[in-house]
Design a protein around this ligand. Structure first.
Ligand code: FAD
Ligand code: PYC
Length: 414
């Protein structure tokens, strides 16, 4: 695979862009791989990448029923932050955020990481107390955050209405190195590197069954034939319950639609990310000028990639309160993704009751930011059988009552 560089761009400019190679191969499935990952979203691809890069395991297939990055990875609002309360969460999200800092260089693919700063508005006394506490915890965890005043909020984001009408802004939890990245590029960058390492990315290949022998995984059945494997990683977000059922175990997880929308593009007016969790809406501005807006999760379990219509009204109402200047903007598009929710709003990165099967799911409404860190930790878990980053997120925590409660840090009410 040739390197992307300024020289490559110049060279191609002189030969009418005839020399670019396809970013990844589309091979026929082999009969067997050492490792099969189901799900070519960000987490599946990042797992494959770090299996190859950190552990030298390269006989790997990533199997995807649709197109790579077509699940939640290509449907999210791209917010990256690590301002969580509990130590295990701060560790994995901060590892992830730190990896984002150099991901473009590491992958030789511009993922457009933009550490523009993320603020979570405190609009009730309860939130003020909660965010002050998180800022203290973050200081101990080595995560750079700070509780800022309403005046500083206004300075950083002049288009915010800090005085109401329903809830005044009382301050905010500010993470200056949080931000955004281009979601598709994250998937494409990992895919290109996996393909370069000789791994097979099998798109339009749906896993329809899991085969086992004597309590150990032997392979998967797919719409493109049977594929054997030594180890299996299930990394399918909102479809995790289905895949677990195929393998014969149950997960403490629910699937819900979460939606987002974008406005028509306008001139630059906002260079930070703002989350307003009490009124419930969050917004940033894309490089094209669109306002990227996130809404709420549906109040009932479902597998639609749409989201309920009333959430659009609620979200837009909340954001007009917070940013009155957007009241006359036209909305261009709305879409949804199927997110996978656990009771403690923390992920599952775990071995399973079937030997050789590992599960990575439960990122819910907040897993885009976690892609590099999750891939790093999950690859280590699959390669070595344990990983410090994953230790607190095992399935056994639900049986043992060792929850990693992050419902407040989740960013989206659910
Ligand atoms: P996915 O990207 O969904 O990948 C799973 C893949 O598995 C899919 O491509 C699917 O087709 C495939 N698959 C499923 N079943 C099978 C099968 N049987 N065979 C083969 N393949 C299969 N997170 C943040 O951090 N910040 C945000 O701002 C943010 N905003 C969000 C906004 C919205 C509207 C949504 C929906 C989510 C948001 N998230 C956000 C959450 C984030 O998008 C997800 O947590 C993350 O993308 C999950 O990645 P994944 O790789 O696990 O799943
Ligand atoms: O986890 O930061 C987050 C988030 C923002 C919007 C959806 N999820």
């Amino acid at each position: 695979m040739s390197r992307y560089s300024v020289f490559a761009v110049a060279r191609e400019a002189f030969r009418n862009h005839t020399g670019w190679q396809r970013a990844w191969r589309s091979p026929e499935p082999k009969r067997r791989y050492d490792v099969v990952i189901v799900g070519a979203g960000g987490h599946g691809l990042a797992t494959a990448y770090y299996l190859g890069k950190n552990h030298g395991i390269r006989n790997v297939a990533v199997i995807e029923k649709g197109w790579l990055g077509g699940g939640n990875t290509g449907r999210n609002t791209t917010i990256i932050r690590s301002n969580y309360l509990q130590d295990p969460s701060a560790a994995i999200y901060e590892k992830s955020r730190a990896l984002y800092e150099n991901l473009s260089q590491d992958l030789n693919y511009n993922v457009m990481f933009s550490p523009r700063g993320v603020m979570m508005l405190a609009q009730t006394e309860h939130e003020v107390r909660g965010y002050r506490r998180t800022a203290q915890a973050n200081a101990l965890q080595g995560v750079e955050t700070e509780f800022i005043t309403p005046e500083r909020v206004k300075e950083l984001c002049p288009i915010i209405e800090t005085r109401g009408p329903r809830y005044p802004v009382l301050g905010a939890l500010w993470q200056p190195r949080g931000g955004t990245a281009r979601h598709d590029a994250v998937a494409w960058g990992y895919a290109r590197k996996c393909s370069e390492m000789g791994m097979d990315i099998l798109q339009r290949c749906e896993v329809t069954g899991v085969t086992t022998e004597g309590g150990r995984v032997t392979g998967v059945t797919t719409t493109r034939g049977d594929i054997g494997c030594g180890k299996l990683g299930i990394v399918v977000a909102g479809h995790s319950g289905h895949l677990a059922a195929m393998a014969g175990f149950r997960l403490p997880i629910e699937s819900v639609a979460l939606q987002a929308l974008v406005s028509e593009p306008i001139k630059p007016c906002m260079d930070v990310v703002v989350m307003a969790n009490t009124v419930h809406g969050y917004m940033s501005q894309s490089d094209k000028g669109e306002m990227v807006i996130g809404g709420g999760a549906d109040g009932y379990n479902n597998y639609t990639q749409r989201g309920s219509f009333h959430h659009i009204e609620e979200t837009v109402r909340a954001l007009i309160e917070t940013f009155p200047m957007i009241s006359r903007l036209k909305m261009l598009r709305q879409w949804g993704g199927i997110v996978d929710m656990t009771g403690d709003r923390s992920p599952i990165l775990s071995k399973t009751p079937v030997e050789g099967i590992f599960i990575n799911c439960g990122w819910g409404t907040g897993g885009f930011k976690a892609i590099p860190g999750s891939g790093w930790g999950f690859a280590e878990l699959m390669a070595k059988g344990e990983s410090p980053l994953c230790a607190a997120f095992g399935l056994e925590r639900f049986r043992e009552g060792r929850f990693v409660d992050e419902s407040v840090a989740a960013g989206v009410a659910h």
